[in-house]
Design a protein around this ligand. Sequence first.
Ligand SMILES: Nc1ncnc2c1ncn2[C@@H]1O[C@H](COP(=O)(O)OP(=O)(O)OP(=O)(O)O)[C@@H](O)[C@H]1O
Length: 317
Amino acid sequence: MLQPSVLVRDLHKDFGPVPSLNGRMVKVLRSVNFEAAAGEVTTLLGSNGAGKSTTLACAQGLLKPDGGTVSVLGQQPYRSGSALRSRVGVMLQDGGLPPSAKPLALLGLVAKMYQNPASIDDLAERLGITGFAHTNIRRLSGGQKQRVAFAAALLGRPEVLFLDEPSAGLDPQSRQIVFDMIQEQRAQGTCIVLTTHLMDDAERLSDRVFIIDRGQTVAEGTVAQLTSWNADAADSAELDFEARPGLPVAEFTTPSGGVLTEVSSGCYRLSRFMAPSDLTALSSWLETEHAMVSSMSMRKRTLEDVFLEIAEKSRHE
Ligand SMILES: Nc1ncnc2c1ncn2[C@@H]1O[C@H](COP(=O)(O)OP(=O)(O)OP(=O)(O)O)[C@@H](O)[C@H]1O
């Protein structure tokens, strides 16, 4: 990777004192590490409360880190001024927009902060904002606010784009438009850092994924690298099939120890199998049982499987 546009090392952040915890401080970030390059989509993936938004807030200069280093375009965001801010686009979770403003007027104000802003008309048209351009932001739906916030983040033609949960609240059509626009930004060389807890978003968009769990980076890689994490588990795909209910699954054995279960009436799953001979064993057993299979499919290991395994493993360490 070239010199990363965003570099976060051993980031720590505490909040508090928290009254409900008898005035104790809470360690929200305990060691977050990631880097993000120009022309790539870097995803911070984690469960609710993992620390993704707090990490982004530190990278955007909105929060002061308590430890570690954060560098954006070679500068420390918390200390730098407007020169850095004009090169960075930010979409906060829940929009972060002033409720009494109107979308078009707000975008006009934001555009004035930049020397060479993108076209408001193009962004409004593309993101379907024109239909509610003059409605107070407080009256907009969650998805409409998201689209205005996304347009505002793109207005300054940013070199680095931080997107906190960009697809939250979007309908499938708007989500596709936002995803297309993210890919276009990527193709233009923008460094995009986004957060999500949605595996599907991470799989569709990311060049690199950093999994954050309880304030720590616990795994990183491309989606392909992460889904082949822990090779033994990767080899054990699952085979789902439908046949008549009530087959005696306990009597079925495979050469390498595959396990057959009836997950719901007439729906069966063969898991933890490793070799083609397991499939031969299954087909002879079905023949013996005079069981006709009405559908069969192999399920690939997904990012969600890996995410759950990694989170589980880090909990036991
Ligand atoms: N100002 C604050 N004071 C105390 N605790 C806070 C504060 N801000 C965030 N937290 C806590 O820090 C933790 C991480 O929050 P954060 O919003 O970064 O998580 P997240 O990964 O973005 O979650 P989500 O996917 O739900 O948005 C949570 O437990 C949250 O309650």
